[in-house]
Design a protein around this ligand. Sequence first.
Ligand SMILES: NC(=O)c1ccc[n+]([C@@H]2O[C@H](COP(=O)([O-])OP(=O)(O)OC[C@H]3O[C@@H](n4cnc5c(N)ncnc54)[C@H](O)[C@@H]3O)[C@@H](O)[C@H]2O)c1
Length: 444
Amino acid sequence: MSHVAVIGLGYVGLTMAACLASRRIRTIGVDTDSEKMATLASGRSPIDEPRLEGLISRAVRAKTLQVTQHLGEALRDSEIVFVTVGTPSLPDGSIDLGQVTSASESMGEALREAEGYRLVVVRSTVVPGTCDLTVKPLLEKASGKTCGRDFGLCANPEFLKEGSAVQDMLKPDRLVIGEYDDRSGDVLEKFYRRFYKKDLPTVIRTTPANAELIKYANNAFLATKISFINMMANLCERIQGCDVEKIAEGIGLDQRIGPLFLRAGLGWGGSCFLKDLKAILAFAKGQSIELPILDAALRVNMLQPLWAVQTARKALGSLQGRHVAILGLAFKPDTDDLREAVSVKIIDHLLQDGAIVNAYDPAAMQNARAVFGDKIIYSNTAEECVRDADCCILVTEWKEFQRIQPEDFKRLMRKSVVIDGRRIYDPRKFSARVEFYAVGLGER
Ligand SMILES: NC(=O)c1ccc[n+]([C@@H]2O[C@H](COP(=O)([O-])OP(=O)(O)OC[C@H]3O[C@@H](n4cnc5c(N)ncnc54)[C@H](O)[C@@H]3O)[C@@H](O)[C@H]2O)c1
């Protein structure tokens, strides 16, 4: 029995399954989405993520990666079962554990039939106490077996970033193992030692609740760091001669601070930061404790995309009937993911103001059509997007946009107002040739 099962084949589960299978670990992926299963069975990736499709197609051909909709079948042959189902937000911001509970019940039923020891590893992001108070009782009830004796349980959060998911899985900064008991932690650590070999990162072994909270504290800290520099960006704009890029450079060289996650911009998007911040705030509320720094980080982030709209209004006066080009729609470069993307907020406000919006993204056009329908115009290239526009807002910092020169904007646009929401353009070069605004750039 040398198989591993991965339950829930979204960004996290699919990346994990493909990486494990690429190193000859026989992996069975389980998902309830039949369309996704069909795509995977043919060796293709249902999500756009660098290197992923290559890994999937090779592993499917080599038969180290198999997929099924039957959890019982997967668990029969697998000693370790990774749970990577989604944990979305409920309307009040708290975590929706529906997928985790339903997967736990199904696993419990499958465990009833299984012979020998199994280890269940919760890799989904779940609030502290979920493994001990939700997953364990459900597994025990459905299986009629006892945690610690018949099966093991670990919380083992995932820290990957969309856009570099494969790289992050293959070279994580650390592994956090929250173990129900020593045996559970030993089995998981041994597995990772086999997988990472000489590249094994630092392993932290702790309680499941600590592991669960480490994941939230991690994302909350990163989100706060970005909101901090965006707050500074807003201050810089009011001070002649100030530029947030220099402030970030100056403080980032302090080793206690570090340079990463100090890029001022239009705020963070994506499926994780907002969801996780809301979940930990709702969880803390349930414990009658406030987390005021996180409240503030959230508030700064809600207002930040509006900077782009306000700047467009400042430059053009009324936006009614004005053509606004949006470069970049995905929540960050190298992904087609539009979940909680700031582009959505910005475009909504522009449309409310009566602007005519034309958008281009190198990867997210298909997803964008599902979000905006016929409310906006879609372009096939950046050049087509900015042609005859009154204003261009750079929303996502894709590499190909860095190559656009101020002369290009000047030549193509009707009125060359360029709003750099991600600080990819050189202010000196651009200000000399177009009407240029950049987040965190004070008057010179
Ligand atoms: N996406 C990220 O960048 C990221 C990074 C770190 C951690 N996480 C966390 O990892 C978890 C998974 O995230 P994701 O983005 O991969 O989610 P996702 O929503 O993209 O994928 C979840 C998958 O689980 C499947 N599923 C749901 N219930 C199931 C069941 N009972 N049995 C089998 N399959 C089932 C769904 O069909 C879906 O394919 C979440 O808790 C998330 O917060 C995500």
